[in-house]
Ligand binder design. Structure first.
Ligand code: APR
Length: 320
């Protein structure tokens, strides 16, 4: 059986890390595309030369012609510009909308059967733009945000509780931005919900609130420290877990930016919700009951995504 093919559109910080991780995990052959000529070729060659040492088999190709993504089973998109200190994800909307339109059209042409994972920010609106430009079915185009946000939440919780990160589960809903909704009552340590752990004296409500806020600001904390770009190791690891679930039909339940058609009262918008990812792409959207507070936070987050979609629509209508 031929190997799977993973195409990476964008070979920057996240793209390079994706290529290395996909190789180490032997997810398939890897094609790396970037408009910066030479750079994707160089990264592909460099990673290929790590394979004999690490002991993995994967054909690595790099280039600046979209035809290299032809026939990909998975496409992961990081093309665009990242944040600099003082910028919000939303500040990237002008440049990255144009990039998503070009990339979407290329995916529609060369990899129409792929499962597409968008990472470019501002995430929820960029995945919406790319899906429209690609013409791919909505269940095959998703955005990576929730896995990263919940992984950040899990990291901070494990640190607070002094337990293994593996035993902490976290549930995050909503858009990938300051309005995201970490759901405390659905987050657990080995199945024990966080509110019960407060009652048991493992932490205090104040500390938990601070962790929720740190999760919301997780990306900005790293941008501030790095000074020249945004996070890349954890975003790459998160997208790889989504690709893995698709390629191996694992049917993992993961929070992703998915296209909603009425679920959670949202129509024709990409927002972070838990979904089942298997060989059919997004196979099921998990709709849970929210209490009044959670619903208010979720609606606020959806409102922020809607506002950005309107910004894009306005930009596009002014152009035409
Ligand atoms: N087509 C293809 N690649 C492009 C295009 C384009 N039109 N425009 C820019 N790129 C490439 C750049 O040449 C660069 O190599 O996208 C790459 C982006 O890489 P980095 O600048 O290193 O950014 P990275 O940290 O990987 O983040 C990429 O993911 O998390 C988001 O906010 C982040 O939107 C940003 C994206």
């Amino acid at each position: 059986m031929a190997r799977n093919k993973i195409a990476l559109v964008g070979a920057g910080q996240i793209g390079g890390t994706l290529a290395l991780l996909a190789g180490l995990k032997e997810l398939g052959d890897i094609a790396v595309f970037d408009i910066a000529e030479g750079m994707p070729d160089g990264k592909a060659l460099d990673i290929a030369q790590s394979a004999p040492v690490e002991g993995f088999d994967a054909k690595m190709t790099g280039g600046s012609d979209y035809s290299i993504i032809e026939g990909a089973d998975v496409v992961i998109v990081t093309a665009g510009v990242p944040r600099k200190p003082g910028m919000s994800r939303d500040d990237l909307i002008g440049i990255n909308t144009g990039v998503m339109k070009t990339v979407g059209a290329a995916i529609g042409k060369y990899a129409p059967d792929a499962f597409v994972i968008v990472i470019t920010n501002p995430l929820d609106v960029m995945v919406w733009v790319l899906q429209q430009a690609s013409g791919l079915p909505t269940n095959k185009v998703v955005g990576m945000a929730g896995v990263l946000d919940s992984s950040r939440f899990r990291t901070f919780l494990a640190e607070e509780f002094k337990v293994s990160v593996e035993d902490v589960t976290a549930f995050v809903l909503g858009g990938h931005g300051d309005t995201m909704v970490p759901l405390v009552r659905y987050s657990t340590v080995a199945g024990i919900p966080l509110p019960d752990l407060v009652k048991l004296g493992w932490t205090t409500q104040e500390k938990l609130d601070a962790i929720v806020q740190r999760t919301r600001d997780g990306g900005a904390e790293i941008v501030k420290l790095l000074k020249t770009g945004s996070a890349f190791y954890a975003p790459a690891a998160s997208a790889i877990s989504m690709a893995d679930s698709y390629l191996k039909d694992k049917k993992r339940v993961l929070p992703v930016a998915a296209h909603l058609t009425g679920q959670y009262g949202v129509d024709d918008l990409y927002v972070g919700v838990p979904v089942v990812i298997g060989a059919g792409g997004v196979e099921r959207i998990v709709e849970i009951e929210l209490n009044a507070d959670e619903k208010a936070m979720f609606d606020n987050s959806v409102g922020a995504v809607k506002t950005l979609v309107e910004v894009v629509k306005k930009m596009e209508s002014e152009k035409s």
